[in-house]
Design a binder for this molecule. Structure first.
Ligand code: ADP
Length: 400
């Protein structure tokens, strides 16, 4: 069985074709700059890498190009589109309209239209992506898989904001979280790796990438997560402020003559590591700058690690103990210094990182990095959000 996973952005479309028997990637790539001059198409399969500037005026043309390439006689990996058993679409925001992966139907797409403004940059793109695929594959089952889905098990006192309750009722203002497919994947992989029943485990998963979020997972279910109504909340990130006193934001807006929408762009795109350091949002650049004496780069990195540590402490309290801490995503998998700094001085919680194992972690593998006398396991697990989307597609479309 083969599942196509689609992740549509406003001007991009990432895709992976996954063989579900082996859970391996048959082909993957990205269409970039859709609807903009110099569109770019990337395709990787069977040792072939194709990168070409091809005009892609809209997502429909992009999807057709993906399908034509997947079925190409020379570089394709399937003989015809009929070999694609289902399509899984990543969707950023669900509101309370969708609490689990959902089959694409006219009714589901109407609901998607209704919640478009919850993620105005991302959700409209997902709708465009679904419609583009439906135009090419009208009879193939498709499933919407939401970044927020894993977090619906949070108790009400964890997801509610202390605002006028009628605003929750009217607008569904609450914590939704993000990166749900990643947190779910690494928590389940951790249980498998440790040879334990996930029902018995208390895990803190740290997805640290361009966007970062931390989740408390008890018995395989999310009970709290650091992102909020949108991905703006939680630890400071590449370009996002993370948690901030709203009154401070209002004060900056007043002084700098920004309206609310400009303020939101500022908090999402110009703050975080980039804003504090003035150097970059990329941790490789920040580390290089800090090492050559840039004190604001040092400060940004310290703030990030401190933010991660505070959430680990909070979630150890929320979980009443912790069996394993898992690091994943670009920073979690690659940045040994951030792993080390965010776990510093947590030995009173039984969390002890082995410096050598941390420094010698082999990228792309699952490894444990704690000392022999650490009560808590410290794992690095490469994430695989596409595989979760593909598995959910099989389940929801009842393809298995
Ligand atoms: P996204 O949220 O876009 O999926 P990723 O999970 O790919 O992001 O993470 C990207 C970030 O990971 C980069 O911005 C960079 O800060 C960090 N990163 C990637 N490789 C390394 C590395 N070798 N060392 C330190 N940080 C890295």
């Amino acid at each position: 069985m083969k599942i196509l996973v689609i992740n549509s952005g406003s001007s991009s479309l990432k895709y992976q074709l996954i063989d579900m028997q082996t859970e391996s990637v048959l082909a993957k790539g990205v269409c970039e700059r859709i609807g903009i001059a110099n569109s770019n198409f990337v395709y990787k399969a069977k040792g072939h890498t194709l990168e070409r500037q091809i005009d892609m005026p809209d997502h429909k043309v992009a999807v057709k190009l993906v399908l034509d390439t997947l079925t190409d006689k020379n570089i394709g990996v399937i003989a015809s589109m009929d070999e694609i058993d289902g399509v899984g679409h990543r969707v950023v925001a669900s509101g309370e309209a969708f609490k689990k992966p959902t089959l694409v139907t006219p009714e589901a797409m109407e609901l998607m239209e209704e919640i478009k403004d919850l993620a105005p940059l991302h959700n409209p793109a997902a709708i465009v992506g679904v419609n583009a695929c439906l135009a090419q594959m009208p009879h193939t089952p498709m499933v919407l898989v939401f970044d927020t889905g894993f977090h619906f098990t949070m108790p009400d006192y964890a997801y509610m904001y202390a605002v006028d309750y009628s605003h929750y009722e009217k607008y569904k203002i609450r914590r939704y979280g993000a990166h749900g497919t990643s947190h779910k994947f690494v928590a389940e992989e951790a249980a498998k790796y440790l040879g334990k029943d996930i029902e018995e485990l208390k895990i803190i998963t740290c997805h640290l990438g361009n966007g970062s979020s931390i989740t408390a997972v008890k018995g395989g279910k999310c009970i709290d997560t650091s992102m909020g109504f949108t991905p703006l909340a939680g630890v400071p990130m590449g370009t996002r402020s993370g948690d901030i006193d709203f009154a401070a934001a209002e004060y900056i807006a007043r002084k700098e003559n920004m309206d609310i929408s400009e303020m939101l762009t500022y908090l999402n795109k110009k703050c975080g590591m980039l804003g504090v350091s003035g150097v970059s949002s990329d941790f490789r650049d920040l580390t290089a700058a800090a090492d050559s004496g840039n004190d604001r780069a040092r400060l940004a990195l310290d703030m990030f690690a401190y933010g991660v540590k505070k959430y680990i402490g909070a979630y150890a309290a929320v979980l009443n103990g912790v069996d394993a801490i898992v690091f994943t995503a670009g920073i979690g998998e690659n940045d040994e210094r951030i792993r080390s700094a965010s776990l510093k001085d947590l030995d009173y919680l039984g969390i002890k990182l082995d410096a050598d194992k941390n420094a010698n972690y082999a990228r792309g593998t699952i490894a444990e990095l704690q000392t022999d006398d650490s009560a808590v396991k410290i794992l690095v697990i490469p994430t695989n959000e596409e595989l979760v989307i593909a598995r959910e597609t099989v389940k929801e479309a009842k393809l298995a």
